[in-house]
Design a protein around this ligand. Structure first.
Ligand code: UDP
Length: 234
């Protein structure tokens, strides 16, 4: 498979065309941004960790019946994926209050949700990814009713699979963000699943093992990413 032109460069990843129009190559970078690009930095080795972790999670999910864009890992920083058109939605699933939910609802970080909370945001950097609901999604034509229902079903199932997967590794899955795309008309999970996109807390100490260490200047950022990868590779 030949790597061809880069078609997209985001904050943490690059996407390349290949000689097969149905496949892309995703390359994971060490660059980190937060607060809609206001804070910039580098997390050394992050690209390698996020590539490995995402590959492992996508394989786990595929085995449990969730269709994903993952095809194969190519090297330390790159994976082969199915070419998708990303739906301009961020799907957030929450088990424990943190971040914007804690702030918005005035709930202490760390408070358990009685049941998983699902949120949608409109993926639009200029607008700062505003939260929207299913009515907005249909009214401005971001996805169809059928796609929304499928995305909700997949997201809640992914949450059940990943909650259990992480707790077996003594990690609490606090919340995470998913992105879906369409490939041959089918909705499949795309983007990445990594400490950049999940809040992961040590189950005993609640130590943050994710990008909040970068966002909030908590230190030991690289160590935290390595700790997560170490625990999931065991
Ligand atoms: N998240 C993400 N990308 C975004 C926004 C959020 O990966 O653009 C993830 C974030 O890492 C966390 C979850 O989604 O695991 C919920 O984030 P929240 O809404 O609390 O936003 P934040 O506090 O990060 O601004």
């Amino acid at each position: 498979m030949m790597k061809k032109d880069m078609i997209y460069e985001g904050k943490a990843k690059k996407v390349f065309k290949t000689d097969d129009s149905k496949r892309y190559i995703v390359g994971y970078k060490d660059d980190a941004t937060a607060f809609n690009g206001e804070k910039k930095g580098t997390i050394v080795g992050k690209g390698i960790i996020n590539n490995k972790m995402s590959a492992l999670v996508f394989k786990l999910l595929e085995g449990r019946g969730i269709p994903t864009h993952f095809i194969d890992i190519l090297n330390d920083r790159e994976m082969m994926v199915k070419a998708v058109e990303i739906l301009p939605l961020e799907v957030i699933v929450r088990n424990v209050a943190a971040g914007s939910l804690a702030k918005r609802l005035g709930i202490d970080e760390g408070t358990e949700m009685k049941e998983p909370v699902l949120e949608f945001c409109y993926k639009n950097d200029d607008l700062g990814d505003p939260m929207i609901n299913e009515y907005h999604i249909k009214a401005i034509d971001l996805a169809t009713e059928e796609q929304i229902q499928l995305i909700k079903r997949y997201s809640l199932k992914i949450n059940e699979i990943l909650k259990r997967f992480f707790i077996e590794r003594n990690i609490k899955l606090v919340d995470f963000k998913l992105e879906f795309g369409t490939h041959d008309g089918e909705v499949i999970l795309a983007d990445e699943v990594s400490p950049d996109t999940c809040r992961l807390w040590d189950a005993d100490t609640n130590k943050k093992l994710d990008k909040d260490r970068f966002r909030r200047d908590l230190g030991d950022v690289e160590e935290a990413y390595n700790e997560v990868l170490g625990r999931i590779l065991f």
